[in-house]
Write a protein that binds this ligand. Structure first.
Ligand SMILES: *[C@@H]1O[C@H](CO)[C@@H](O)[C@H](O)[C@H]1NC(C)=O
Ligand SMILES: *[C@@H]1O[C@H](CO)[C@@H](O)[C@H](O)[C@H]1NC(C)=O
Ligand SMILES: *[C@@H]1O[C@H](CO)[C@@H](O)[C@H](O)[C@H]1NC(C)=O
Length: 377
């Protein structure tokens, strides 16, 4: 916290701030980017009060990236308590686990995660599933997660094929209660639903797969009340990217009920989506038109476009993964083309105010060479 801010608050508040445990002051969280280079690395940044970033370290995963875009959302994920960071290494079939201390990382595990892990989702009840995207075996691969140590242990026989072996899946996402799991299939435009039992084993739900409301569903995230947000690429049509919402009705035969059916944003190749913690706003990143689009979300789950070009990180910037600070105040976007991270402050009306342009240029994020995966808290 800056001194000027401290001076303007009440004495009671000041006492509370001064009483905070030493070592936590000034720690406003961190942002991590995955290089996906052959010698895969995480580039770490600490976050300042005003959302700006300062590079603090480079941490090898010990594994191998593939040097070309994952084409998925979720290759780098923090645990819900932000104590652990999980990174995929698609070129040597491993996930790396780091312990997080501020913006410092310590590698604690590398573990086999199936054929070409491209994304990972952690459940609220102690499981993790990896999306494996190799053409030979497109499927999901499960782990138990020790929430005290962060370590993964494989669930025996947990590998399950997704519905379409050539679906080129976009992401894997657990429902808030951890009892359902979805996978988007870009080719064929479907969304698979799995149930996850009390032992952590997943099985295809009775209907397995539903038609996506829009063309080429890519990134997806669940909100707190079982609302699923899915961004669609819309390709090969230009200006056809959109956002859909679905209400998940869980249980032994989970159902996804379409709410908003592909609300278009006039951009091309929408791939990544985030939703603010209060679920008032959602943001999508479109790769081809280099645009961030903003949506408002109503209590009934309807998503409405606010602005197709809410932010424009620049021609050739190739916006990929999006991540929010835990308090939902700042939005970060990995710019694969520029090898940097763009940052915005989210305004009360959902509009985006650029803070400092971009960060990290020339500090280890590859330029136009496959960087994939962003996590923030
Ligand atoms: C860790 O897992 C145990 C057992 O599932 C659960 O009771 C506990 O609440 C979890 N703790 C955290 C911090 O999530
Ligand atoms: C795993 O699956 C194989 C083949 O279906 C089966 O033979 C084996 O018993 C299973 N192992 C466990 C621990 O369930
Ligand atoms: C959902 O809420 C929005 C905003 O309040 C409203 O405009 C819309 O009509 C509602 N839709 C349904 C299906 O209730």
């Amino acid at each position: 916290m800056k001194f000027s801010t401290l001076a303007s608050i009440s004495l009671t508040g000041l006492t509370a701030v001064l009483a905070a445990p030493s070592g936590t002051q000034g720690n406003k969280g961190a942002v991590f980017a995955l290089t996906n280079a052959v010698n895969n690395e995480v580039i770490a940044f600490s976050r300042n009060d005003d959302g700006t970033l300062v590079k603090t370290g480079t941490y090898p995963t010990g594994g191998h990236g593939q040097g070309v875009d994952f084409d998925t959302q979720g290759g780098l994920q923090l645990s819900a308590d932000n104590r652990f960071l999980y990174a995929v290494n698609p070129a040597n079939d491993q996930v790396t686990v780091f312990e997080v201390d501020g913006s410092n990382l310590k590698m604690i595990q590398s573990i086999y995660a199936g054929d070409q892990p491209l994304a990972i989702s952690l459940s609220s009840n102690g499981y993790a599933y990896v999306l494996d995207g190799s053409v030979a075996s497109t499927g999901i691969f499960g782990f138990r997660v020790n929430n005290a140590t962060g370590l993964l242990s494989p669930i025996t026989n947990s590998t399950i094929a997704t519905s379409n072996p050539i679906g080129v899946p976009g992401t894997v996402a657990f429902s808030p209660d951890g009892h359902s799991l979805i996978v988007t299939n870009k080719v064929g435009s479907t969304i698979d639903i799995f149930t996850v039992g009390s032992t952590g084993h997943a099985s295809p739900a009775p209907f397995t797969s539903i038609a996506s409301s829009g063309l080429r569903p890519f990134g997806a995230v669940f909100g707190k009340s079982n609302l699923l947000y899915v961004v669609e690429s819309g390709l090969p049509a230009l200006g056809n990217a959109g956002l859909s919402t679905y209400q998940l009705h869980g249980g032994p035969a989970p159902v996804l009920e379409p709410i908003t059916k592909s609300e278009k944003n006039q951009q091309t190749d929408g791939c990544w989506v985030v939703v603010t913690p209060d679920e008032k706003y959602a943001y999508t990143a479109s790769f081809v038109t280099s645009a961030i689009s903003s949506y408002s979300v109503a209590k009934n789950g309807t998503a409405t476009l606010i602005k197709g070009d809410a932010a424009l990180p620049g021609d050739g910037s190739e916006p990929v993964d999006l991540a929010l600070s835990s308090d939902g105040t700042y939005l970060y976007n990995l710019l694969r083309g520029s090898g940097a991270i763009a940052a915005w402050k989210i305004q009360a009306d959902g509009s985006l105010q650029s803070i400092g342009g971009s960060f990290g240029k020339g500090q280890g994020i590859p330029v136009a060479d496959g960087a994939s995966g962003l996590a923030a808290y």
